[in-house]
Write a protein that binds this ligand. Structure first.
Ligand code: NAD
Length: 332
Protein backbone atom coordinates (compact mmCIF):
# COMPACT_ATOMS: atom_id res chain seq x y z
CA UNK A 1 0.00 0.00 0.00
CA UNK A 2 1.21 3.48 -0.87
CA UNK A 3 1.39 6.11 1.89
CA UNK A 4 -0.58 9.15 0.76
CA UNK A 5 1.08 12.21 2.26
CA UNK A 6 0.15 15.87 2.65
CA UNK A 7 3.02 18.28 3.23
CA UNK A 8 2.44 21.10 5.72
CA UNK A 9 4.82 24.01 5.08
CA UNK A 10 5.89 24.50 1.47
CA UNK A 11 9.27 26.05 2.27
CA UNK A 12 12.76 25.07 1.29
CA UNK A 13 12.88 21.69 3.01
CA UNK A 14 9.29 20.88 2.04
CA UNK A 15 10.33 21.50 -1.57
CA UNK A 16 13.24 19.08 -1.19
CA UNK A 17 11.04 16.39 0.36
CA UNK A 18 8.47 16.77 -2.43
CA UNK A 19 11.19 16.40 -5.07
CA UNK A 20 12.63 13.31 -3.37
CA UNK A 21 9.16 11.78 -3.10
CA UNK A 22 8.90 11.84 -6.89
CA UNK A 23 11.21 8.79 -6.81
CA UNK A 24 9.35 6.96 -4.05
CA UNK A 25 7.59 3.68 -4.76
CA UNK A 26 5.71 3.48 -1.45
CA UNK A 27 4.90 7.16 -0.69
CA UNK A 28 3.11 9.80 -2.73
CA UNK A 29 2.50 13.50 -2.31
CA UNK A 30 -1.27 13.93 -2.55
CA UNK A 31 -2.07 16.98 -0.39
CA UNK A 32 -0.89 20.42 0.73
CA UNK A 33 -1.28 22.57 3.82
CA UNK A 34 -0.05 26.09 3.33
CA UNK A 35 -0.75 29.71 4.17
CA UNK A 36 0.38 30.88 0.72
CA UNK A 37 -2.34 30.48 -1.94
CA UNK A 38 0.15 31.25 -4.73
CA UNK A 39 2.42 28.38 -3.64
CA UNK A 40 -0.58 26.06 -3.55
CA UNK A 41 -1.43 26.95 -7.16
CA UNK A 42 2.12 26.20 -8.33
CA UNK A 43 2.45 22.98 -6.33
CA UNK A 44 -0.97 21.72 -7.38
CA UNK A 45 0.00 22.09 -10.98
CA UNK A 46 3.44 20.54 -10.54
CA UNK A 47 2.24 17.54 -8.55
CA UNK A 48 -1.25 17.17 -9.96
CA UNK A 49 -2.92 17.63 -6.58
CA UNK A 50 -6.72 17.91 -6.41
CA UNK A 51 -8.21 21.04 -4.83
CA UNK A 52 -10.06 19.00 -2.20
CA UNK A 53 -6.69 17.86 -0.75
CA UNK A 54 -5.49 21.43 -0.10
CA UNK A 55 -5.86 23.18 3.24
CA UNK A 56 -4.58 26.22 5.08
CA UNK A 57 -3.43 26.57 8.69
CA UNK A 58 -6.93 27.57 9.78
CA UNK A 59 -8.96 24.74 8.27
CA UNK A 60 -6.68 21.72 8.15
CA UNK A 61 -8.51 19.94 11.00
CA UNK A 62 -11.03 19.03 8.29
CA UNK A 63 -8.42 16.62 6.92
CA UNK A 64 -10.15 14.24 9.32
CA UNK A 65 -12.88 13.76 6.71
CA UNK A 66 -10.49 13.17 3.83
CA UNK A 67 -9.77 9.48 3.26
CA UNK A 68 -7.34 10.33 0.43
CA UNK A 69 -4.70 11.43 2.97
CA UNK A 70 -2.98 8.95 5.33
CA UNK A 71 -0.27 11.14 6.87
CA UNK A 72 0.77 14.77 7.22
CA UNK A 73 4.45 15.73 7.05
CA UNK A 74 4.96 18.84 9.25
CA UNK A 75 7.82 20.93 7.78
CA UNK A 76 7.24 24.32 9.41
CA UNK A 77 9.32 26.39 11.88
CA UNK A 78 10.25 24.40 15.00
CA UNK A 79 8.01 26.21 17.47
CA UNK A 80 4.92 25.32 15.45
CA UNK A 81 5.60 21.57 15.31
CA UNK A 82 3.94 20.57 18.59
CA UNK A 83 0.64 22.36 18.13
CA UNK A 84 0.37 21.40 14.45
CA UNK A 85 1.32 17.75 15.03
CA UNK A 86 -1.21 17.42 17.84
CA UNK A 87 -3.94 18.83 15.59
CA UNK A 88 -2.99 16.34 12.87
CA UNK A 89 -3.14 13.49 15.39
CA UNK A 90 -6.55 14.65 16.58
CA UNK A 91 -7.68 14.56 12.95
CA UNK A 92 -6.76 10.87 12.96
CA UNK A 93 -3.83 11.11 10.52
CA UNK A 94 -0.31 9.76 11.02
CA UNK A 95 2.21 12.48 11.83
CA UNK A 96 5.64 12.81 10.27
CA UNK A 97 7.36 15.79 11.86
CA UNK A 98 10.65 17.46 11.09
CA UNK A 99 13.51 17.73 13.55
CA UNK A 100 13.68 19.15 16.14
CA UNK A 101 10.31 17.54 16.92
CA UNK A 102 9.50 20.50 19.22
CA UNK A 103 11.29 23.23 21.13
CA UNK A 104 11.61 21.34 24.42
CA UNK A 105 11.00 17.92 25.95
CA UNK A 106 7.72 18.98 27.55
CA UNK A 107 6.21 19.70 24.13
CA UNK A 108 7.77 16.57 22.68
CA UNK A 109 6.14 14.46 25.37
CA UNK A 110 2.76 16.10 24.67
CA UNK A 111 3.13 15.11 21.01
CA UNK A 112 4.01 11.51 21.90
CA UNK A 113 1.02 11.31 24.24
CA UNK A 114 -1.41 12.89 21.76
CA UNK A 115 -0.38 10.51 18.96
CA UNK A 116 -0.62 7.50 21.24
CA UNK A 117 -4.07 8.59 22.37
CA UNK A 118 -5.20 9.11 18.79
CA UNK A 119 -3.77 5.75 17.72
CA UNK A 120 -1.58 7.27 15.00
CA UNK A 121 2.13 6.98 14.33
CA UNK A 122 4.45 9.86 15.20
CA UNK A 123 7.63 9.71 13.14
CA UNK A 124 10.47 12.23 13.13
CA UNK A 125 12.26 13.17 9.89
CA UNK A 126 15.59 11.58 10.87
CA UNK A 127 16.69 10.87 7.30
CA UNK A 128 20.17 9.66 8.35
CA UNK A 129 18.55 6.67 10.06
CA UNK A 130 17.91 5.23 6.60
CA UNK A 131 21.23 6.18 4.96
CA UNK A 132 23.26 3.20 3.78
CA UNK A 133 26.77 4.24 4.88
CA UNK A 134 25.49 5.35 8.27
CA UNK A 135 23.76 2.01 8.72
CA UNK A 136 26.94 0.17 7.72
CA UNK A 137 28.88 1.95 10.49
CA UNK A 138 26.12 1.06 12.96
CA UNK A 139 26.29 -2.57 11.79
CA UNK A 140 30.09 -2.66 12.17
CA UNK A 141 29.91 -1.18 15.66
CA UNK A 142 27.23 -3.68 16.68
CA UNK A 143 29.37 -6.51 15.29
CA UNK A 144 32.25 -5.36 17.48
CA UNK A 145 34.45 -4.42 14.53
CA UNK A 146 35.66 -1.25 16.28
CA UNK A 147 36.15 -3.07 19.57
CA UNK A 148 34.62 -1.24 22.53
CA UNK A 149 33.53 2.22 21.32
CA UNK A 150 34.95 4.84 23.67
CA UNK A 151 34.87 8.18 21.83
CA UNK A 152 32.57 10.05 19.46
CA UNK A 153 33.20 13.45 17.97
CA UNK A 154 30.39 15.34 16.22
CA UNK A 155 30.87 18.65 14.45
CA UNK A 156 27.73 20.31 13.08
CA UNK A 157 27.48 23.79 11.68
CA UNK A 158 26.96 26.25 8.88
CA UNK A 159 27.05 30.01 8.46
CA UNK A 160 23.52 31.30 8.75
CA UNK A 161 22.56 34.13 6.38
CA UNK A 162 19.54 36.45 6.43
CA UNK A 163 19.26 37.88 9.97
CA UNK A 164 15.47 38.29 9.61
CA UNK A 165 14.71 34.58 9.04
CA UNK A 166 12.65 32.55 11.54
CA UNK A 167 15.71 30.50 12.53
CA UNK A 168 17.06 33.60 14.31
CA UNK A 169 13.74 34.42 16.00
CA UNK A 170 13.58 32.49 19.30
CA UNK A 171 9.77 32.52 19.29
CA UNK A 172 9.75 30.45 16.09
CA UNK A 173 12.99 28.48 16.41
CA UNK A 174 13.15 27.75 20.14
CA UNK A 175 16.92 28.20 19.97
CA UNK A 176 19.78 28.71 17.55
CA UNK A 177 22.28 26.33 16.02
CA UNK A 178 21.67 23.63 18.64
CA UNK A 179 18.01 23.11 17.69
CA UNK A 180 18.76 23.31 14.00
CA UNK A 181 22.05 21.57 13.36
CA UNK A 182 23.62 20.64 16.72
CA UNK A 183 20.82 18.09 17.05
CA UNK A 184 22.63 16.05 14.36
CA UNK A 185 25.64 15.61 16.65
CA UNK A 186 23.41 14.67 19.58
CA UNK A 187 21.44 12.18 17.53
CA UNK A 188 24.61 10.93 15.81
CA UNK A 189 26.39 10.33 19.12
CA UNK A 190 23.47 8.15 20.18
CA UNK A 191 23.26 6.00 17.04
CA UNK A 192 27.01 5.80 16.47
CA UNK A 193 27.74 4.73 20.07
CA UNK A 194 24.48 2.79 20.48
CA UNK A 195 23.88 4.14 23.99
CA UNK A 196 21.96 6.87 25.79
CA UNK A 197 23.98 9.56 27.57
CA UNK A 198 23.84 9.90 31.36
CA UNK A 199 25.33 13.39 31.71
CA UNK A 200 25.97 16.55 29.71
CA UNK A 201 28.35 19.48 30.11
CA UNK A 202 28.26 22.47 27.75
CA UNK A 203 29.84 25.85 27.07
CA UNK A 204 28.55 28.67 24.88
CA UNK A 205 30.52 31.18 22.83
CA UNK A 206 28.71 34.18 21.36
CA UNK A 207 30.85 36.40 19.16
CA UNK A 208 27.99 38.21 17.46
CA UNK A 209 25.30 39.08 20.02
CA UNK A 210 23.54 41.42 17.60
CA UNK A 211 22.81 38.66 15.12
CA UNK A 212 22.44 35.95 17.77
CA UNK A 213 20.24 37.53 20.39
CA UNK A 214 19.02 36.09 23.69
CA UNK A 215 17.57 32.65 23.16
CA UNK A 216 19.58 32.06 19.97
CA UNK A 217 22.80 30.13 20.53
CA UNK A 218 25.59 30.80 18.07
CA UNK A 219 28.23 28.25 19.07
CA UNK A 220 28.02 25.60 21.80
CA UNK A 221 30.61 22.97 22.61
CA UNK A 222 29.21 20.10 24.62
CA UNK A 223 30.23 16.77 26.03
CA UNK A 224 28.16 13.71 26.88
CA UNK A 225 29.03 10.74 29.06
CA UNK A 226 27.64 7.25 28.45
CA UNK A 227 27.07 4.28 30.79
CA UNK A 228 29.82 2.18 29.15
CA UNK A 229 32.39 4.87 29.89
CA UNK A 230 32.35 6.26 26.35
CA UNK A 231 32.37 10.04 25.93
CA UNK A 232 31.24 12.36 23.15
CA UNK A 233 32.67 15.76 22.36
CA UNK A 234 30.58 17.92 20.04
CA UNK A 235 30.33 21.36 18.46
CA UNK A 236 27.21 23.13 17.20
CA UNK A 237 27.53 26.45 15.38
CA UNK A 238 25.88 28.99 13.11
CA UNK A 239 29.23 30.64 12.36
CA UNK A 240 31.32 28.12 10.43
CA UNK A 241 30.65 26.47 7.11
CA UNK A 242 31.28 22.86 6.07
CA UNK A 243 31.25 21.62 9.62
CA UNK A 244 29.70 18.20 9.14
CA UNK A 245 31.90 15.50 10.59
CA UNK A 246 31.45 12.38 12.72
CA UNK A 247 34.29 10.37 14.21
CA UNK A 248 33.86 7.18 16.21
CA UNK A 249 36.78 5.47 17.88
CA UNK A 250 36.89 2.16 19.68
CA UNK A 251 39.57 -0.03 21.21
CA UNK A 252 40.13 -1.78 17.85
CA UNK A 253 39.08 0.57 15.06
CA UNK A 254 37.46 3.77 13.92
CA UNK A 255 34.88 5.25 11.55
CA UNK A 256 35.12 8.72 10.10
CA UNK A 257 32.40 10.43 8.07
CA UNK A 258 32.64 13.82 6.37
CA UNK A 259 30.15 14.92 5.25
CA UNK A 260 28.25 12.90 7.80
CA UNK A 261 24.72 14.33 7.60
CA UNK A 262 24.58 16.58 4.52
CA UNK A 263 22.13 15.96 1.67
CA UNK A 264 24.74 14.93 -0.87
CA UNK A 265 26.60 11.65 -0.82
CA UNK A 266 27.95 10.80 2.64
CA UNK A 267 31.68 10.16 2.48
CA UNK A 268 33.47 8.01 4.97
CA UNK A 269 36.02 5.40 5.83
CA UNK A 270 36.83 3.05 8.63
CA UNK A 271 40.14 1.48 9.61
CA UNK A 272 39.11 -1.31 7.21
CA UNK A 273 38.75 0.96 4.18
CA UNK A 274 36.28 3.31 2.48
CA UNK A 275 32.54 3.10 3.06
CA UNK A 276 30.88 2.18 -0.22
CA UNK A 277 27.16 2.44 -1.02
CA UNK A 278 25.05 3.93 -3.76
CA UNK A 279 23.74 7.43 -3.00
CA UNK A 280 19.97 7.69 -2.99
CA UNK A 281 18.23 10.94 -2.03
CA UNK A 282 17.84 10.49 1.72
CA UNK A 283 14.23 11.60 1.79
CA UNK A 284 13.27 9.08 -0.92
CA UNK A 285 14.47 6.16 1.19
CA UNK A 286 13.09 7.76 4.33
CA UNK A 287 9.56 8.11 2.96
CA UNK A 288 9.48 4.62 1.42
CA UNK A 289 10.69 3.11 4.69
CA UNK A 290 8.23 5.18 6.73
CA UNK A 291 5.42 3.75 4.59
CA UNK A 292 6.61 0.23 5.45
CA UNK A 293 6.83 1.19 9.11
CA UNK A 294 3.27 2.52 9.11
CA UNK A 295 1.59 -0.20 7.06
CA UNK A 296 3.72 -3.26 7.81
CA UNK A 297 5.10 -2.43 11.24
CA UNK A 298 8.56 -2.84 9.76
CA UNK A 299 10.71 -0.97 12.27
CA UNK A 300 13.96 0.55 10.98
CA UNK A 301 17.28 -0.45 12.56
CA UNK A 302 17.66 3.01 14.11
CA UNK A 303 14.26 4.19 15.37
CA UNK A 304 12.50 7.32 14.07
CA UNK A 305 9.49 7.36 16.36
CA UNK A 306 8.36 10.11 18.70
CA UNK A 307 10.15 8.54 21.66
CA UNK A 308 13.39 8.76 19.69
CA UNK A 309 12.78 12.44 18.96
CA UNK A 310 11.94 13.03 22.61
CA UNK A 311 15.33 11.62 23.69
CA UNK A 312 17.05 14.34 21.66
CA UNK A 313 14.78 17.02 23.14
CA UNK A 314 15.66 15.90 26.70
CA UNK A 315 19.35 16.20 25.83
CA UNK A 316 18.90 19.63 24.21
CA UNK A 317 17.11 20.85 27.36
CA UNK A 318 20.07 19.52 29.38
CA UNK A 319 22.61 21.23 27.09
CA UNK A 320 20.86 24.58 27.57
CA UNK A 321 20.72 24.00 31.32
CA UNK A 322 24.43 23.11 31.41
CA UNK A 323 25.28 26.28 29.47
CA UNK A 324 23.23 28.39 31.88
CA UNK A 325 24.45 26.85 35.12
CA UNK A 326 27.97 25.85 34.10
CA UNK A 327 27.27 22.55 35.81
CA UNK A 328 27.31 18.93 34.77
CA UNK A 329 23.67 17.99 34.16
CA UNK A 330 22.59 14.44 34.97
CA UNK A 331 20.24 12.70 32.56
CA UNK A 332 19.35 9.81 34.86
P1 NAD B 1 11.61 27.46 5.47
O1 NAD B 1 11.60 28.82 6.08
O2 NAD B 1 12.25 27.31 4.13
O3 NAD B 1 10.12 26.91 5.35
C1 NAD B 1 9.22 27.01 6.42
C2 NAD B 1 7.81 27.01 5.84
O4 NAD B 1 6.89 27.18 6.93
C3 NAD B 1 7.57 28.15 4.86
O5 NAD B 1 6.88 27.67 3.74
C4 NAD B 1 6.69 29.12 5.65
O6 NAD B 1 5.81 29.85 4.81
C5 NAD B 1 5.93 28.18 6.54
N1 NAD B 1 5.39 28.81 7.75
C6 NAD B 1 4.19 28.52 8.27
N2 NAD B 1 3.93 29.28 9.31
C7 NAD B 1 4.98 30.10 9.47
C8 NAD B 1 5.29 31.14 10.40
N3 NAD B 1 4.45 31.46 11.39
N4 NAD B 1 6.47 31.77 10.25
C9 NAD B 1 7.33 31.43 9.29
N5 NAD B 1 7.09 30.46 8.38
C10 NAD B 1 5.91 29.81 8.47
O7 NAD B 1 12.28 26.49 6.54
P2 NAD B 1 12.83 25.03 6.24
O8 NAD B 1 14.27 25.08 6.01
O9 NAD B 1 11.97 24.37 5.23
O10 NAD B 1 12.62 24.34 7.67
C11 NAD B 1 11.37 23.84 8.10
C12 NAD B 1 11.58 22.70 9.11
O11 NAD B 1 12.29 21.66 8.49
C13 NAD B 1 12.40 23.09 10.35
O12 NAD B 1 11.88 22.47 11.48
C14 NAD B 1 13.78 22.55 10.06
O13 NAD B 1 14.51 22.20 11.23
C15 NAD B 1 13.46 21.32 9.24
N6 NAD B 1 14.53 20.96 8.31
C16 NAD B 1 14.97 19.69 8.29
C17 NAD B 1 15.99 19.31 7.43
C18 NAD B 1 16.46 17.88 7.39
O14 NAD B 1 17.45 17.61 6.71
N7 NAD B 1 15.78 16.95 8.03
C19 NAD B 1 16.55 20.25 6.59
C20 NAD B 1 16.07 21.55 6.61
C21 NAD B 1 15.05 21.88 7.47
Amino acid sequence: RVLNVAIMGLGSYGTRVAKAMESCTRAKLVGLISGSPEKVVAWREKYNIPAENCYDYGNFDAIKNNPAIDAVYVITPNALHAEQSIRVAKAGKHVICEKPMAINAKEGKEMVDACREAGVHLLIGYRMHFEAKTLEVVRMREAGEFGKPLFFQGLSGFVIGDPTQWRLDPKLSGGGAMMDIGIYSINGARYMLGEEPIWVTAQEVKNNPEKFRDGIDETITFQMGFPSGAVASCLSTYSMNNLDKFYLNGTKGFAEMQPSTGYGPIEGRTDQGPLVAEHVMHQTTQMDEMAKLIFENKAPKVPVDGEEGLKDMVIIDAVFKAVKTGEKVSLV
